[in-house]
Design a protein around this ligand. Structure first.
Ligand code: NAD
Length: 319
Protein backbone atom coordinates (compact mmCIF):
# COMPACT_ATOMS: atom_id res chain seq x y z
CA UNK A 1 0.00 0.00 0.00
CA UNK A 2 1.41 3.36 -0.91
CA UNK A 3 1.83 6.04 1.77
CA UNK A 4 2.37 9.76 1.91
CA UNK A 5 5.75 10.19 3.55
CA UNK A 6 7.21 13.42 4.95
CA UNK A 7 11.01 13.26 4.79
CA UNK A 8 13.31 15.74 6.53
CA UNK A 9 17.07 15.63 6.02
CA UNK A 10 17.94 14.83 2.40
CA UNK A 11 21.72 14.45 2.86
CA UNK A 12 24.13 11.62 2.03
CA UNK A 13 21.80 9.05 3.58
CA UNK A 14 18.38 10.73 3.48
CA UNK A 15 18.60 11.71 -0.20
CA UNK A 16 18.95 8.17 -1.57
CA UNK A 17 16.57 6.76 1.09
CA UNK A 18 13.85 9.20 -0.01
CA UNK A 19 14.58 8.34 -3.65
CA UNK A 20 14.08 4.64 -2.90
CA UNK A 21 10.70 5.37 -1.32
CA UNK A 22 9.68 7.20 -4.50
CA UNK A 23 10.87 4.21 -6.58
CA UNK A 24 8.71 1.93 -4.40
CA UNK A 25 5.62 3.99 -5.33
CA UNK A 26 5.24 6.21 -2.26
CA UNK A 27 4.52 9.94 -2.43
CA UNK A 28 7.43 11.66 -0.66
CA UNK A 29 7.24 15.29 0.50
CA UNK A 30 10.79 16.34 1.39
CA UNK A 31 12.69 19.16 3.00
CA UNK A 32 16.33 19.93 3.71
CA UNK A 33 17.70 23.21 5.00
CA UNK A 34 20.26 23.20 2.12
CA UNK A 35 18.66 24.19 -1.22
CA UNK A 36 21.10 21.98 -3.21
CA UNK A 37 19.92 18.90 -1.31
CA UNK A 38 16.29 19.78 -2.06
CA UNK A 39 17.15 20.18 -5.75
CA UNK A 40 18.91 16.79 -5.92
CA UNK A 41 15.95 15.10 -4.18
CA UNK A 42 13.49 16.79 -6.55
CA UNK A 43 15.34 15.23 -9.49
CA UNK A 44 14.73 11.83 -7.90
CA UNK A 45 10.99 12.49 -7.73
CA UNK A 46 10.66 13.90 -4.20
CA UNK A 47 8.13 16.75 -3.93
CA UNK A 48 10.14 19.39 -2.09
CA UNK A 49 8.61 22.08 0.10
CA UNK A 50 9.89 25.25 1.79
CA UNK A 51 9.81 24.16 5.45
CA UNK A 52 10.03 21.03 7.60
CA UNK A 53 6.50 21.54 8.95
CA UNK A 54 5.04 21.41 5.43
CA UNK A 55 6.33 17.85 4.99
CA UNK A 56 4.22 16.70 7.94
CA UNK A 57 0.93 18.41 7.14
CA UNK A 58 -0.59 15.67 4.93
CA UNK A 59 1.73 12.78 5.80
CA UNK A 60 0.91 9.30 7.11
CA UNK A 61 4.50 8.85 8.22
CA UNK A 62 7.27 11.40 8.87
CA UNK A 63 10.87 10.20 8.54
CA UNK A 64 13.82 12.24 9.82
CA UNK A 65 17.47 11.63 8.83
CA UNK A 66 19.40 14.37 10.59
CA UNK A 67 22.91 14.79 11.99
CA UNK A 68 22.35 14.66 15.79
CA UNK A 69 19.64 14.54 18.47
CA UNK A 70 19.29 18.27 18.99
CA UNK A 71 18.26 18.66 15.32
CA UNK A 72 15.55 16.02 15.72
CA UNK A 73 14.22 17.49 18.98
CA UNK A 74 14.30 21.06 17.60
CA UNK A 75 12.37 20.05 14.47
CA UNK A 76 9.82 18.07 16.49
CA UNK A 77 9.20 20.99 18.88
CA UNK A 78 7.53 24.42 18.70
CA UNK A 79 5.58 25.05 15.52
CA UNK A 80 7.47 22.17 13.88
CA UNK A 81 6.69 18.67 12.72
CA UNK A 82 4.60 17.42 15.66
CA UNK A 83 2.32 20.46 15.65
CA UNK A 84 1.81 20.29 11.87
CA UNK A 85 0.95 16.58 11.64
CA UNK A 86 -2.49 14.96 11.74
CA UNK A 87 -3.23 13.03 14.96
CA UNK A 88 -1.76 9.53 14.97
CA UNK A 89 0.98 10.23 12.44
CA UNK A 90 3.90 7.80 12.72
CA UNK A 91 7.24 9.53 13.40
CA UNK A 92 10.25 7.42 12.41
CA UNK A 93 13.63 8.88 13.30
CA UNK A 94 16.38 7.14 11.33
CA UNK A 95 19.19 9.46 12.49
CA UNK A 96 21.87 8.08 14.82
CA UNK A 97 21.36 10.00 18.07
CA UNK A 98 21.88 9.68 21.83
CA UNK A 99 19.71 6.98 23.41
CA UNK A 100 18.53 9.61 25.93
CA UNK A 101 17.54 12.01 23.11
CA UNK A 102 15.70 9.18 21.35
CA UNK A 103 13.67 8.51 24.51
CA UNK A 104 12.92 12.24 24.87
CA UNK A 105 11.79 12.25 21.23
CA UNK A 106 9.46 9.30 21.89
CA UNK A 107 7.87 11.14 24.82
CA UNK A 108 7.39 14.32 22.77
CA UNK A 109 5.76 12.38 19.91
CA UNK A 110 3.40 10.56 22.27
CA UNK A 111 2.50 13.77 24.15
CA UNK A 112 1.52 15.36 20.82
CA UNK A 113 -0.85 12.47 20.03
CA UNK A 114 1.36 10.69 17.48
CA UNK A 115 3.26 7.37 17.31
CA UNK A 116 7.09 7.17 17.68
CA UNK A 117 9.77 4.80 16.40
CA UNK A 118 13.56 5.13 16.54
CA UNK A 119 15.06 3.30 13.56
CA UNK A 120 18.74 4.05 12.98
CA UNK A 121 20.53 2.28 10.17
CA UNK A 122 23.72 0.54 9.29
CA UNK A 123 25.02 0.06 5.77
CA UNK A 124 26.32 3.54 4.95
CA UNK A 125 25.81 5.60 1.81
CA UNK A 126 26.35 2.56 -0.41
CA UNK A 127 23.54 0.73 1.40
CA UNK A 128 21.29 3.81 1.28
CA UNK A 129 21.76 4.06 -2.48
CA UNK A 130 21.33 0.33 -3.12
CA UNK A 131 18.36 0.02 -0.75
CA UNK A 132 20.21 -2.58 1.32
CA UNK A 133 20.31 -0.84 4.72
CA UNK A 134 19.67 -2.66 7.98
CA UNK A 135 17.24 -0.87 10.31
CA UNK A 136 17.23 -1.45 14.07
CA UNK A 137 14.06 -0.17 15.64
CA UNK A 138 12.76 0.80 19.06
CA UNK A 139 9.10 1.36 19.93
CA UNK A 140 5.78 -0.49 20.12
CA UNK A 141 5.44 -3.65 18.00
CA UNK A 142 2.37 -2.23 16.20
CA UNK A 143 4.28 0.90 15.21
CA UNK A 144 7.19 -1.20 13.97
CA UNK A 145 4.74 -3.25 11.88
CA UNK A 146 3.30 -0.05 10.43
CA UNK A 147 6.78 1.24 9.50
CA UNK A 148 8.18 -2.06 8.25
CA UNK A 149 7.02 -1.86 4.59
CA UNK A 150 8.64 1.59 4.30
CA UNK A 151 11.83 0.43 6.02
CA UNK A 152 12.03 -2.53 3.64
CA UNK A 153 11.64 -0.19 0.67
CA UNK A 154 14.87 1.48 1.86
CA UNK A 155 16.67 -1.57 3.22
CA UNK A 156 16.97 -5.34 3.17
CA UNK A 157 16.42 -5.99 6.85
CA UNK A 158 14.53 -4.40 9.75
CA UNK A 159 14.90 -5.71 13.31
CA UNK A 160 12.55 -4.75 16.13
CA UNK A 161 14.96 -4.44 19.07
CA UNK A 162 12.54 -3.49 21.85
CA UNK A 163 10.95 -0.43 23.44
CA UNK A 164 11.74 3.30 23.03
CA UNK A 165 15.44 3.87 22.32
CA UNK A 166 16.24 0.18 21.73
CA UNK A 167 17.16 0.80 18.09
CA UNK A 168 19.69 3.46 19.08
CA UNK A 169 20.93 1.20 21.88
CA UNK A 170 21.57 -1.64 19.41
CA UNK A 171 23.34 0.75 17.07
CA UNK A 172 25.74 2.18 19.68
CA UNK A 173 26.48 -1.25 21.20
CA UNK A 174 27.25 -2.72 17.77
CA UNK A 175 29.44 0.20 16.76
CA UNK A 176 31.29 0.09 20.07
CA UNK A 177 32.21 -3.53 19.27
CA UNK A 178 33.25 -2.45 15.77
CA UNK A 179 35.37 0.52 16.91
CA UNK A 180 37.18 -1.48 19.58
CA UNK A 181 37.70 -4.48 17.28
CA UNK A 182 39.13 -2.29 14.49
CA UNK A 183 41.67 -0.88 16.94
CA UNK A 184 42.46 -4.42 18.16
CA UNK A 185 43.00 -5.67 14.59
CA UNK A 186 45.14 -2.60 13.78
CA UNK A 187 47.30 -3.06 16.88
CA UNK A 188 47.73 -6.75 16.00
CA UNK A 189 48.93 -5.92 12.47
CA UNK A 190 51.37 -3.28 13.79
CA UNK A 191 52.62 -5.73 16.43
CA UNK A 192 52.99 -8.36 13.69
CA UNK A 193 55.01 -5.87 11.61
CA UNK A 194 57.40 -5.30 14.51
CA UNK A 195 57.75 -9.09 14.91
CA UNK A 196 58.52 -9.57 11.23
CA UNK A 197 55.18 -11.26 10.48
CA UNK A 198 53.68 -10.56 7.04
CA UNK A 199 50.19 -9.08 6.80
CA UNK A 200 49.07 -12.04 4.71
CA UNK A 201 50.34 -14.62 7.20
CA UNK A 202 48.60 -12.93 10.12
CA UNK A 203 45.42 -12.61 8.05
CA UNK A 204 45.51 -16.26 6.95
CA UNK A 205 45.75 -17.39 10.56
CA UNK A 206 43.50 -14.88 12.36
CA UNK A 207 40.72 -14.89 9.73
CA UNK A 208 40.12 -18.60 10.35
CA UNK A 209 41.05 -18.63 14.05
CA UNK A 210 39.63 -17.07 17.18
CA UNK A 211 40.72 -13.53 16.17
CA UNK A 212 38.21 -13.61 13.31
CA UNK A 213 35.91 -10.55 13.10
CA UNK A 214 34.35 -8.21 10.51
CA UNK A 215 37.06 -5.57 11.05
CA UNK A 216 39.59 -8.17 9.90
CA UNK A 217 37.80 -10.21 7.25
CA UNK A 218 35.78 -7.50 5.46
CA UNK A 219 37.28 -4.11 6.34
CA UNK A 220 40.88 -5.26 6.81
CA UNK A 221 42.95 -2.19 7.84
CA UNK A 222 46.07 -3.12 5.85
CA UNK A 223 46.15 -3.36 2.05
CA UNK A 224 46.50 -6.78 0.46
CA UNK A 225 44.62 -9.52 2.27
CA UNK A 226 41.10 -8.21 1.40
CA UNK A 227 41.22 -6.60 -2.06
CA UNK A 228 37.95 -4.66 -1.62
CA UNK A 229 38.72 -3.14 1.78
CA UNK A 230 39.19 0.66 2.06
CA UNK A 231 42.90 0.11 2.80
CA UNK A 232 43.25 -0.95 -0.85
CA UNK A 233 42.15 2.53 -1.98
CA UNK A 234 44.16 4.69 0.41
CA UNK A 235 41.39 4.54 3.02
CA UNK A 236 38.74 6.34 0.99
CA UNK A 237 35.50 5.65 2.97
CA UNK A 238 33.64 3.32 3.45
CA UNK A 239 32.56 4.29 6.92
CA UNK A 240 34.20 7.62 7.64
CA UNK A 241 36.28 8.03 10.82
CA UNK A 242 34.27 11.10 12.00
CA UNK A 243 31.08 8.97 11.97
CA UNK A 244 32.81 6.26 14.02
CA UNK A 245 34.02 8.97 16.42
CA UNK A 246 30.45 10.24 16.71
CA UNK A 247 28.98 6.77 17.37
CA UNK A 248 31.64 5.93 19.97
CA UNK A 249 30.87 9.25 21.66
CA UNK A 250 27.19 8.23 21.82
CA UNK A 251 28.19 4.83 23.25
CA UNK A 252 30.40 6.54 25.85
CA UNK A 253 27.52 8.87 26.81
CA UNK A 254 25.18 5.91 27.20
CA UNK A 255 27.76 4.01 29.28
CA UNK A 256 28.31 7.02 31.54
CA UNK A 257 24.55 7.53 31.98
CA UNK A 258 24.09 3.85 32.85
CA UNK A 259 27.11 3.65 35.17
CA UNK A 260 28.78 1.06 32.91
CA UNK A 261 32.56 0.83 33.11
CA UNK A 262 33.20 0.45 29.37
CA UNK A 263 36.91 1.25 29.56
CA UNK A 264 37.83 0.10 26.06
CA UNK A 265 34.80 1.90 24.64
CA UNK A 266 35.95 5.14 26.27
CA UNK A 267 39.50 4.68 25.01
CA UNK A 268 38.27 3.88 21.51
CA UNK A 269 36.10 7.02 21.59
CA UNK A 270 39.13 9.15 22.52
CA UNK A 271 41.36 7.55 19.87
CA UNK A 272 38.78 8.02 17.13
CA UNK A 273 37.97 11.60 18.19
CA UNK A 274 41.66 12.50 17.92
CA UNK A 275 42.06 10.66 14.61
CA UNK A 276 38.91 12.20 13.10
CA UNK A 277 40.00 15.71 14.04
CA UNK A 278 43.36 15.22 12.33
CA UNK A 279 44.53 13.01 9.49
CA UNK A 280 41.43 10.82 9.64
CA UNK A 281 38.96 13.61 8.83
CA UNK A 282 38.32 12.26 5.32
CA UNK A 283 39.43 8.65 5.80
CA UNK A 284 37.71 5.36 6.44
CA UNK A 285 37.76 4.39 10.11
CA UNK A 286 40.18 1.52 9.32
CA UNK A 287 42.81 4.23 8.69
CA UNK A 288 43.24 4.21 12.49
CA UNK A 289 46.01 1.66 11.77
CA UNK A 290 48.13 4.61 10.65
CA UNK A 291 47.66 6.34 14.00
CA UNK A 292 48.61 3.12 15.82
CA UNK A 293 51.71 2.77 13.64
CA UNK A 294 52.66 6.41 14.10
CA UNK A 295 52.40 6.16 17.87
CA UNK A 296 54.61 3.07 17.90
CA UNK A 297 58.39 3.20 18.17
CA UNK A 298 59.75 2.99 14.63
CA UNK A 299 61.52 -0.23 13.77
CA UNK A 300 62.95 -1.59 10.58
CA UNK A 301 59.94 -3.85 10.18
CA UNK A 302 57.32 -1.08 10.41
CA UNK A 303 59.30 1.27 8.17
CA UNK A 304 59.50 -1.48 5.58
CA UNK A 305 55.76 -2.03 5.89
CA UNK A 306 54.92 1.70 5.47
CA UNK A 307 57.11 1.75 2.40
CA UNK A 308 55.41 -1.29 0.88
CA UNK A 309 51.98 0.18 1.66
CA UNK A 310 52.96 3.37 -0.19
CA UNK A 311 54.20 1.27 -3.08
CA UNK A 312 50.86 -0.50 -3.46
CA UNK A 313 48.64 2.59 -3.19
CA UNK A 314 46.47 3.11 -6.24
CA UNK A 315 47.08 6.81 -6.84
CA UNK A 316 50.80 6.54 -6.40
CA UNK A 317 50.99 8.77 -3.31
CA UNK A 318 52.68 7.41 -0.22
CA UNK A 319 50.07 5.89 2.13
P1 NAD B 1 24.35 14.55 6.16
O1 NAD B 1 24.99 15.67 6.90
O2 NAD B 1 24.80 14.22 4.78
O3 NAD B 1 22.76 14.77 6.10
C1 NAD B 1 22.02 15.42 7.09
C2 NAD B 1 21.12 16.41 6.37
O4 NAD B 1 20.28 17.05 7.33
C3 NAD B 1 21.92 17.51 5.66
O5 NAD B 1 21.59 17.52 4.28
C4 NAD B 1 21.48 18.78 6.38
O6 NAD B 1 21.42 19.91 5.52
C5 NAD B 1 20.12 18.37 6.90
N1 NAD B 1 19.68 19.19 8.01
C6 NAD B 1 20.36 19.58 9.11
N2 NAD B 1 19.60 20.34 9.90
C7 NAD B 1 18.38 20.46 9.28
C8 NAD B 1 17.19 21.12 9.59
N3 NAD B 1 17.07 21.83 10.71
N4 NAD B 1 16.16 21.03 8.73
C9 NAD B 1 16.29 20.30 7.60
N5 NAD B 1 17.40 19.65 7.24
C10 NAD B 1 18.43 19.72 8.08
O7 NAD B 1 24.49 13.26 7.10
P2 NAD B 1 24.25 11.74 6.69
O8 NAD B 1 25.54 11.11 6.37
O9 NAD B 1 23.11 11.66 5.72
O10 NAD B 1 23.81 11.14 8.11
C11 NAD B 1 22.51 11.33 8.63
C12 NAD B 1 22.37 10.48 9.89
O11 NAD B 1 22.59 9.11 9.56
C13 NAD B 1 23.38 10.84 10.99
O12 NAD B 1 22.76 10.75 12.23
C14 NAD B 1 24.46 9.78 10.82
O13 NAD B 1 25.16 9.52 12.03
C15 NAD B 1 23.63 8.59 10.39
N6 NAD B 1 24.37 7.57 9.62
C16 NAD B 1 25.19 7.95 8.60
C17 NAD B 1 25.87 6.98 7.89
C18 NAD B 1 26.81 7.34 6.75
O14 NAD B 1 27.57 6.47 6.29
N7 NAD B 1 26.78 8.59 6.24
C19 NAD B 1 25.71 5.62 8.22
C20 NAD B 1 24.82 5.27 9.23
C21 NAD B 1 24.16 6.26 9.92
Amino acid sequence: MSSVVGFVGLGHMGGPMAANLVKAGHRVIGYDVVPGMRAAAAEAGVETVGSAAETAAGADVVITMLPVGRHVLALYGGEGLLAAARPGTLFVDCSTIDVADARTAHEAVLAAGHRPLDAPVSGGVVGAEAGTLTFMAGGEAADFARAEPLLLAMGKKAVHCGAAGAGQAAKVCNNMILGISMIAVSEAFVLGESLGLSHQALFDVASTASGQCWALTVNCPVPGPVPGSPAARDYAPGFAAPLMAKDLGLAANAARAGGVDAELGRRAARMYAEFAEGEGADLDFSGIVRAVRRRSTPSEASEASEASEGHTSQNGTPA
